[in-house]
Structure formats: structure tokens, C-alpha cells
Design a protein around this ligand. Structure first.
Ligand SMILES: *[C@@H]1O[C@H](CO)[C@@H](O)[C@H](O)[C@H]1NC(C)=O
Ligand SMILES: *[C@@H]1O[C@H](CO)[C@@H](O)[C@H](O)[C@H]1NC(C)=O
Ligand SMILES: *[C@@H]1O[C@H](CO)[C@@H](O)[C@H](O)[C@H]1NC(C)=O
Ligand SMILES: *[C@@H]1O[C@H](CO)[C@@H](O)[C@H](O)[C@H]1NC(C)=O
Length: 386
């Protein structure tokens, strides 16, 4: 519209231009030139406003929606546990009884991933899942919110997460010894925790554990740092600019991991987390520092051996991720087998046919079956002692 008006001014100007030729030579800026400049400015400012609208409205709407959704979508049975120094952790416990089962999620994931497992294990005992700092409904730690552990362990590494978990167990008064279950990064945390606080854990279950030596493999390092981490950084950028929300609305982006059989609320929560730059940024950090976490666990497990009192089982599938090229899965599987044999020759190995890293949601019943066996074994032992 502005452009058409500009054209109109020009024709009107042309009629008068002959008459004004002499004057124009004397005047520094003719009326025509002034008009042209003004209409040009109108056009620029019109398109400028549209650009601003396009750039700022989606992030603004996204932030407004996130504020509302944080209240609406917080799981009803989640408690916000103050673990000290202003840090609050979202913890969901279901069921009654002992031993308690503690669940630690895979790299960059919130406690929702455990939904099916938690439902079925809660039939026989108390089972708790939590969101690590910055993920899901746990607030991100401020720089000064920390215990001083950051001088020893960098943020978003296993050392820090284990410190948080230890404070959470105390603050939430979780009965010990408990069964500790961790997947991927959660398995690194589980190992670190159990090596240090061995009196608190009766059984350790590692699901699809990240072997500490895997980042020594060139191909794996390449995949992780030049493919996976950048793609997660794109997701973070897309969440921050409000693009993820648009894509979700247009159904060009779908929450993936949780499996087919989920409630509407769980699905809404996954969409909320996909649009939430704070959650996405913590997920990036956990992936980015995974090599550091692995190296911390290697040091700890050399320094302090696993107590022989603790039962250890490892659940693996056929591959790390069935979407990955076969050679990458092969590298991962080889390193995993060697590491486990060297560090935990006593481990009981459980294989789930056709499973990969998504087994917690896709093969939930196979995972729960093993956990229920462990619970029942402990409960029988306890009953016999009484
Ligand atoms: C932490 O930092 C924030 C902002 O920098 C400040 O407002 C707050 O008082 C600090 N808290 C503590 C306990 O030092
Ligand atoms: C789907 O979930 C419902 C309740 O959440 C459950 O009763 C049903 O068995 C599940 N179906 C499958 C195929 O897992
Ligand atoms: C982890 O990877 C980063 C980036 O490739 C590298 O700078 C860092 O030294 C590595 N840390 C360890 C402990 O290997
Ligand atoms: C595990 O899940 C995958 C993918 O859904 C499926 O193909 C496989 O049969 C499952 N394995 C078991 C033992 O249930």
C-alpha cells in the first residue's frame, strides 16, 4: 500500500516538475525530493514494523504461554523439594512400601520418561523419579546457589548431579537402602552415587549405560560433538525464538520418545518442554559435558571399588539407537561390553530383544519386570529376617 502511494506522489510530482526546474536549482531540497524521501521512509518503516512483528511476536507469545503452562502442566503428584541453597527439585513418588526404587532419567530427559515403569512398579512399592536441575520442573541453579561443589565438579556433570541427588534423598527422607536405577547419563550418576554412598544403595540397575571409554573412540566423539550436540543446540534456538511452538502447532514437530500409549497430559507436557528454552538448554549442557561425566566416573570407580554387598544388573538392548548407522552402534556395543567386563565382572546382564535407548518407554513392561523381581527378592529377604 505504501509503495502504491509512493508511485502516486511521483506522477503528481512530474506534472509540476517542469515549472519548478529553475527553483529546484536554487533550493537545496525540492518539494519532490522531500516527498520522495518521506514516502521512501514510510515504506521502510512499514516493512520494518512487519519484520519486528515476525521476530518478536512468536518468542513473546511463547514466553507468555510457557508461564501459564508451567502452572497448568506441573504434575499433580509432583513435590518441589528444597534441597538447600535455594535449589528446588521436582520429585514424583508413587506407591507405598520398601525398598524404595529411585529412578534417574537418560541424558537430557525429564522424569516423564519413567511414566509406564513407575505406574507398574508402584503396585508393589514406593517408586520415585526426579527432574535433574534445569530439566522438566526443577529450576536451573543460579551461579551462587551452589554448595561450592562447582569448584570440584563443573555444572551439568555427574559429580554435581550426584551431590544434588544426595541432598534430595536426605531432604525427601527417602528410606535407605534403596534400589537405584539409572539410564545413560542416569547410569553414570547411579554408578558414581553407589561407589561413594554405598551404604544407601542395595541394588544398582544400569539401563543402556554410557561406557566411560566411548569418547576415546574417534567415530563416536565425531558423532556426538559434530552431529548430536549441534542438532540439540538448534532445538534450543528454535525453542527460544518460538519456532518450536509454531512447528508444534503446525504439527511439523512431534514429541517422540514417550511411545504410543500416553495420556493427553503427558503429551502436552512434552510439547511444553520442547518449547521451553530453559529445559532445552540444560539438555544441551548434559550432552555437551557427557565426556567429562564419563571421565569422572572412570576416576571414581578406580579410586573406590563397588561394595561387594551391592547387587548390580545391567539391562541392554540390541543397539544404542536403532536410527543410527550400524557402525556407530557397533562401536558403542564393543566399548560397552569391554568396559563392563573390566569394571563389573560380577554384573548380571539382561538383554531385551529388539530394544534400544528408548526401551524405558517402548519396552516398559520388560524393564518393570526386572525391577519387580528385585523388589520382591528384597521384600522376601526382609520378611525372613523378621
Ligand atoms: C544470588 O544472585 C542473585 C542475582 O545475582 C541475587 O539477587 C541474590 O541475592 C543472590 N543470592 C545469594 C544467596 O547470594
Ligand atoms: C495403555 O494405557 C492404559 C492405561 O494407561 C492401559 O490400561 C493399557 O493396557 C495400555 N495399553 C498398552 C498397549 O500398553
Ligand atoms: C570433552 O570434549 C570437549 C570437546 O570436544 C573437550 O574440549 C574436552 O577436553 C573433553 N573432556 C574430556 C574430559 O575428555
Ligand atoms: C522392544 O520394543 C521394540 C520396539 O517397540 C520391539 O520391536 C521389541 O519387540 C520389544 N522387545 C520386547 C522383548 O518386548
Amino acid at each position: 500500500m505504501a509503495r502504491r502511494r509512493a508511485g502516486g506522489h511521483e506522477t503528481a510530482g512530474n506534472v509540476q516538475s517542469e515549472r519548478k526546474k529553475v527553483q529546484a536549482a536554487e533550493e537545496p531540497l525540492s518539494v519532490k525530493q522531500q516527498q520522495e524521501r518521506r514516502s521512501c521512509w514510510t515504506t521502510v518503516s512499514f516493512f520494518g514494523k512487519i519484520l519486528l512483528l515476525v521476530l518478536f511476536v512468536p518468542p513473546f507469545l511463547n514466553y507468555a504461554s510457557l508461564q501459564r503452562e508451567e502452572q497448568e502442566l506441573r504434575p499433580r503428584d509432583a513435590q518441589l523439594i528444597d534441597i538447600g541453597l535455594g535449589q528446588k527439585i521436582s520429585l514424583i513418588c508413587k506407591g507405598q512400601g520398601e525398598p524404595v526404587v529411585m529412578l534417574d532419567a537418560p541424558t537430557g530427559m525429564s522424569s516423564d520418561i519413567w511414566h509406564h515403569v513407575q505406574e507398574s512398579v508402584s503396585q508393589t512399592t514406593k517408586v520415585c523419579a526426579y527432574d535433574r536441575v534445569g530439566l522438566g520442573f526443577s529450576r536451573r541453579a543460579l551461579q551462587n546457589d551452589t554448595t561450592g561443589m562447582e569448584k570440584v565438579w563443573r555444572p551439568s556433570t555427574t559429580g554435581r548431579m550426584v551431590d544434588d541427588l544426595h541432598r534430595l534423598v536426605k531432604a525427601a527422607e527417602i528410606a535407605t537402602p534403596f534400589i537405584l536405577v539409572g539410564s545413560e547419563l542416569g547410569a553414570l550418576n547411579g554408578r558414581f552415587y553407589t561407589h561413594i554412598y554405598d551404604a544407601q544403595v542395595s541394588d544398582l540397575v544400569l539401563i543402556n549405560p554410557i561406557p566411560e571409554d566411548v569418547f576415546e573412540e574417534e567415530t563416536w566423539q565425531q558423532y556426538w560433538y559434530t552431529h548430536l550436540v549441534p542438532s540439540l543446540q538448534m532445538m534450543q534456538l528454535s525453542a527460544a525464538t518460538g519456532v518450536s511452538r509454531l512447528l508444534l502447532i503446525l504439527r511439523l514437530l512431534e514429541p517422540s520418545f514417550i511411545g504410543d500409549n500416553v495420556s493427553g497430559e503427558l503429551l502436552q507436557r512434552q510439547k511444553y518442554l520442547l518449547s521451553n528454552p530453559a529445559h532445552q538448554s540444560s539438555a544441551v549442557d548434559e550432552h555437551y559435558f557427557l565426556n567429562e561425566s564419563a571421565s569422572q566416573v572412570r576416576e571414581i570407580s578406580k579410586f573406590k571399588l563397588l561394595s561387594s554387598r551391592i547387587s548390580l544388573s545391567v539391562i541392554v538392548g540390541d543397539s544404542f539407537d536403532e536410527q543410527l548407522p550400524a557402525h556407530l552402534n557397533q562401536v558403542f556395543a564393543d566399548v560397552q561390553r569391554k568396559c563392563l567386563k573390566r569394571v563389573y565382572p560380577q554384573a548380571k546382564l539382561i538383554h531385551i530383544q529388539g530394544a534400544d535407548r528408548h526401551m524405558i518407554s517402548k519396552n516398559a513392561s520388560s524393564v518393570s519386570k526386572h525391577l519387580l523381581e528385585l523388589v520382591s527378592k528384597r521384600q522376601t529377604k526382609h520378611a525372613m529376617r523378621q
